[in-house]
Design a binder for this molecule. Structure first.
Ligand SMILES: [Fe+2]
Length: 248
C-alpha cells in the first residue's frame, strides 16, 4: 500500500505536533504494511508565501529524516503538499508543490461552497501540464448534492481521492463515486493517533470485502502510478443521473 495524503511531518500543520508523534505515525503506517508515503502538509496560498511554506516543509522533512531509524524503515518517502484551492494558484510556480518528480498536485477544496472559478482554474492548471488530484471529495456537499459537478472535473482530467475513513464509515456517496468510476485513489489523510489515524489496512480490507480483489489491485496500482509519476489509466466515468430524486 501507498499513502499519498497524510499529515505526518512534525510541527508544520494540524497534523503531528512533534517528532515523537510523527515517529509513532510512521511506525503505525509500517505496521499496517504501507511501503511508500508522500507527505502532504497543508499549504494555504492566501495565508503563507510559497517560499515560507517550502522552507518550513524542508525543515520539517529534514528533522524527520534525520531521526534515528527513519531511513531504515524500508518505506519510500516523497514530498508533496495539500494545496488549498485559490484562483491564485495559476499565478504561482507549482513544480515544488507536486509529488516529487511528478506532475501530480493534491488540491483541497472549501467545504462550505463551490469556489468561484473552480473549473476554469483547474483547466488552466491542466493546460500548464499538471494533473490535479482532488482531496477527500466525500467532504464537499456541493458534489454530494450534485455529483455531475464532480463528473465535469473528472472529465477535464482531475483525479479523485477519497479518505480511508469515508470507506470505513460506509459513506454512501463514496460507493457511488466508485461505482461511477469517479474515484481513483484511497489515502489515509492521517493527522494523529487519536481520531484521524493511519487506516489504510482496514480501508483496503473494506474495499476487498465490498468490491473484491480487483478493486484493491486497481486502487493500489493508481497510487503507485501517481507516486512514480506514471500515467493513471482511468476508466471513462459514468455520468450520474437523477432519477426520482436519487442520483444513480
Ligand atoms: Fe489532509
Amino acid at each position: 500500500m501507498l499513502d499519498l495524503h497524510c499529515h505526518i511531518l512534525p510541527g508544520i500543520d494540524d497534523g503531528a505536533k512533534n517528532l515523537d508523534i510523527s515517529l509513532e505515525l510512521l511506525k503505525e503506517e509500517k505496521r499496517q504494511g504501507v511501503q511508500a508515503i508522500a507527505f502532504t502538509p497543508h499549504f494555504h496560498p492566501n495565508r503563507i508565501s510559497l517560499e515560507s511554506f517550502l522552507r518550513a516543509r524542508e525543515h520539517s522533512f529534514n528533522k524527520l529524516m534525520s531521526a534515528p531509524g527513519v531511513t531504515d524503515m524500508g518505506i519510500k518517502f516523497k514530498l508533496a503538499a495539500e494545496i488549498y484551492f485559490s484562483t491564485k494558484i495559476n499565478d504561482m510556480e507549482l513544480d515544488e508543490l507536486c509529488y516529487t518528480d511528478t506532475n501530480y498536485l493534491l488540491i483541497e477544496l472549501p467545504t462550505d461552497e463551490r469556489p468561484y472559478g473552480l473549473t476554469h482554474t483547474l483547466r488552466d492548471v491542466i493546460n500548464r501540464g499538471y494533473q490535479p488530484i482532488l482531496a477527500h471529495v466525500e467532504r464537499y456537499p456541493y458534489f454530494t448534492s450534485d455529483p455531475t459537478r464532480l463528473y465535469d472535473l473528472v472529465e477535464i482530467g482531475c483525479i479523485v481521492q477519497i479518505n480511508g475513513g469515508a470507506i470505513l464509515d460506509g459513506e454512501k456517496i463514496v460507493s457511488k463515486y466508485i461505482k461511477w468510476g469517479m474515484a481513483q485513489i484511497i489515502s489515509s489523510d492521517c493527522h494523529n493517533l487519536k481520531n484521524r489515524t493511519p487506516n489504510l489496512k482496514d480501508a483496503y480490507g473494506a474495499v476487498k470485502k465490498k468490491y473484491g480483489d480487483d478493486y484493491v489491485d486497481w486502487f493500489e496500482k493508481n497510487a503507485r502510478d501517481v507516486f512514480t509519476g506514471r500515467y493513471v489509466d482511468m476508466p471513462v466515468p459514468k455520468k450520474p443521473k437523477k432519477v426520482i430524486g436519487m442520483w444513480l
